[in-house]
Design a protein around this ligand. Structure first.
Ligand code: IMP
Ligand code: MG
Length: 174
């Protein structure tokens, strides 16, 4: 079976939206420092682009949780593969994710981070597939709401490929 990628959101559209979110975050965190927590690997491209557009002081850290393998359906299993390097206690934490799908990963992650005593905890996701939600998650900043399709690019992969695409595309099988 072969596959191809159809463009869903162009590089220009994604860049413009990230700029708008960056402006919003800069306003919302005025006078504070925002601590970005990137969920690897998917969130990394978005986080770098977002961080460059935030004008308040920024610090950042990374964590990695288990998600999909080759399968395109959620296993429901969430495991911490790499934890944060630094404490988030009393920090204004903004979790940066590539996509909220079933919501399982984020609901687990946010609960775990909340237990560590941040001053505030918010979530920013580039993409949201609301139709797919199984567990409720409060999203503070959303790039785009998209329909239920398997997407790649801008950090998102299919079997570890396509993360480097500078746009968001839908994988279609021929
Ligand atoms: P959840 O179902 O909300 O827990 O999503 C968990 C993770 O699945 C996301 O952080 C992504 O890494 C991955 N994922 C969900 N939907 C897609 C997709 O359409 N393309 C690529 N990865 C996805
Ligand atoms: Mg992810």
């Amino acid at each position: 079976m072969s596959e191809h990628v159809r463009v869903l959101l162009s590089e220009e559209e994604v860049d413009a939206r990230i700029q708008a979110i960056g402006d919003q975050i800069s306003r919302d965190y005025e006078g504070r420092q925002v601590h970005l927590v990137c969920v690897l690997k998917g969130g990394s491209f978005f986080m770098c682009e977002l961080a460059k557009r935030i004008t308040v002081p920024v610090s950042l850290d990374f964590m990695s949780v288990s998600s999909y393998g080759k399968d395109t359906k959620s296993s429901g299993v969430v495991k911490i593969v790499k934890d944060l390097d630094e404490s988030i206690k009393d920090k204004d934490v903004l979790v940066v994710e590539d996509i909220v799908d079933s919501g399982r990963t984020l609901s687990y992650l946010l609960e775990m981070l909340r237990d560590r005593g941040p001053k505030s905890l918010r979530l920013c996701t580039l993409l949201d597939k609301p139709e797919r939600r199984v567990v409720e998650v409060n999203v503070d900043y959303t790039g785009f709401e998209i329909p239920d399709a398997f997407v790649v690019g801008y950090g998102l992969d299919y079997d570890q490929r396509y993360r480097n695409l500078p746009y968001i595309g839908v994988v279609e099988f021929d």
